[in-house]
Design a protein around this ligand. Structure first.
Ligand SMILES: Cc1cc2nc3c(=O)[nH]c(=O)nc-3n(C[C@H](O)[C@H](O)[C@H](O)COP(=O)(O)OP(=O)(O)OC[C@H]3O[C@@H](n4cnc5c(N)ncnc54)[C@H](O)[C@@H]3O)c2cc1C
Length: 467
């Protein structure tokens, strides 16, 4: 590749957001010789994939694992970055269905032993009739009922969808089934169960020091490549001029030859001038996000259970998933203490969002007991609140997304990417690909290869999220 043009390098490439997408983009661009400034509002890198320390133990912002479906090129890079820190682990989770625990990912023997005869018969009948079923509407629920069959769809996916996104599965768009459910037919489920039968078929990767190590190592490598990372930096405006961009940082104006933004589109639209057309502002306003409160229960016991995660679809508890971070790794965790993480999907301002730590701690302990789990030996509670955790794909959302995409496509010097920028529920390995592809579309003369980016965006549409 030619060295980047020095007249362009006079103004840096500015990347907004030091989550995995921004870090991957900044690091790759700097590797290719671009001058890069990475701006992050928080005091540390990692975004939703960071690992804060609570009671002396590193925890993740909800259950995080590196899935084996990661692209080989991206994995090879992470292996070099993390070395021995990256451990191969065997998944050991459970799901609560019909007041029983079933191993998750599903395993044939455990499944046959655990489900009720009524459920087994229903699922078997659904499998036989699957070829003649067709979706009755263009919704998430209708697609799953047609694909997986009503028994599995109604027992698991529909209540879980309502808990995760806060609306009925009948109000969610059909595309969510493709993006969020990797096995969408009885045959695909059988294949998945068969894979899960051997431990090798249920592995994941995880860094010994917490998931956040991935972003920390990416940031160190980015700095080594010349990226200037500015933490705790608030952007107050983004002025799009004809041939450059002015980033307003309080009293400072930072000129950029191009900007890659990974932040939430609503925030971006409010920062940009000239102001986007009203149709774009209206479309952005209609896009909804689910929030999440993460309740960390500090317990004075070595281990709460041997499981890494418990999936709780039931509406009887506000917890969608419980994870025990020390069970994700063989790491340097303190003795006599474990920290549990309860994921509570909610709305900003509702009773979960506004509850105090003390209220949430007591509520969670009772709720876990109500799900058949032991009472945790709770000594302290800490919380983290994430306002934009899942995009809510209500039917019709795609029209609004298309309006926004049309606007961003026409912006010569601003590129939008990442989980929040593109309004997707994607995994870390997906967003690392986004960052790398955006950097690769930057040409040495400072221009941006729009055709390559369009192709990359089409590829991102094929990503399927794993839990
Ligand atoms: C509960 C949960 C569980 C998950 N589990 C998994 C999993 O098991 N495996 C997996 O691969 N992925 C998982 N993910 C997904 C993974 O966390 C995301 O894919 C990834 O963090 C998205 O990275 P990003 O950089 O696009 O966005 P983010 O991580 O959201 O980063 C955006 C960054 O921009 C910063 N920012 C925002 N506004 C501004 C501003 N105005 N100025 C400057 N900076 C700003 C933020 O502080 C943040 O650091 C999970 C996500 C959640 C929520």
């Amino acid at each position: 590749m030619d060295a980047p043009d020095p007249t362009v390098s006079g103004r840096p490439l500015v990347v907004i957001g030091a989550g995995p997408t921004g870090l991957a983009a900044a690091r790759r661009a700097a590797h290719c010789g671009h001058r890069v400034v990475l701006i992050e509002r928080a005091a540390e890198v990692g975004g939703m994939a960071a690992s804060p320390t609570i009671a002396g133990q590193r925890v993740d912002l909800g259950s995080h694992r590196l899935h084996p479906s990661i692209e080989p090129e991206i994995l090879a890079d992470l292996r070099i970055l993390l070395g021995d820190e990256l451990q191969v682990r065997i998944r050991n989770g459970r799901i609560r269905l019909d007041d029983r625990w079933i191993a998750f990912p599903l395993r044939t023997f455990d499944l046959l032993r655990s489900v009720s005869p009524k459920f087994a018969l229903g699922a078997a009948l659904d499998a036989v009739t699957s070829l003649v079923r067709r979706p009755q509407a263009d919704t998430f629920a209708a697609n799953l009922r047609a694909g997986l069959g009503p028994t599995v769809s109604r027992a698991f996916y529909e209540p879980y969808a309502t808990k995760l996104w806060g609306v009925s599965a009948d109000e969610l768009d059909a595309s969510l089934a493709r993006r969020r459910v990797s096995a969408r037919s009885p045959l695909a489920i059988i294949r998945k169960i068969a894979r899960g039968a051997s431990p090798a078929g249920r592995t994941f990767l995880y860094p010994r020091g917490g998931y956040g190590r991935i972003c920390e190592r990416l940031a160190e490598s980015a700095i080594d490549s010349g990226v200037e990372i500015r933490l705790s930096t608030e952007i107050t405006g983004i002025r799009l001029n004809n041939d450059y961009v002015t980033i307003k940082l309080g009293n400072e104006d930072l000129p950029a030859h191009r900007v890659l933004s990974t932040i939430n589109t609503t925030a971006l639209v409010n920062l940009v001038s000239p102001r986007p057309p009203q149709s774009v502002i209206d479309a952005v306003d209609r896009l909804e996000h689910r929030a999440m409160v993460l309740v960390f229960l500090v317990c004075d016991q070595d281990q709460y259970t041997p499981y890494d995660a418990h999936y709780l679809p039931s509406p009887d508890t506000p917890i969608s998933r419980l994870s025990e971070p020390r069970n994700y790794r063989d790491g340097p965790d303190p003795e006599g203490r474990t920290v549990l993480c309860c994921e509570l999907p909610c709305q900003v301002g509702d009773e979960i969002w506004t509850a105090t730590d003390g209220q949430l701690g007591d509520w969670m302990a009772d709720s876990l007991v109500g799900q058949g789990l032991p009472r945790p030996r709770l000594v302290a509670t800490e919380t983290r609140r994430l306002p934009h955790v899942y995009p809510i794909y209500r039917t019709g959302y795609a029209n609004d997304l298309a309006t926004i995409a049309k606007w961003t496509e026409g912006l010569e010097r601003l590129v939008v990417l990442g989980r929040q920028g593109l309004y997707t529920p994607d995994n870390l390995h997906h967003v690392l690909r986004m960052g790398v592809s955006a950097a690769d579309a930057l040409k040495a003369d400072g221009s941006f290869d729009r055709e390559a980016w369009r192709m990359a965006l089409a590829e991102f549409e094929t990503f399927v999220v794993e839990d």
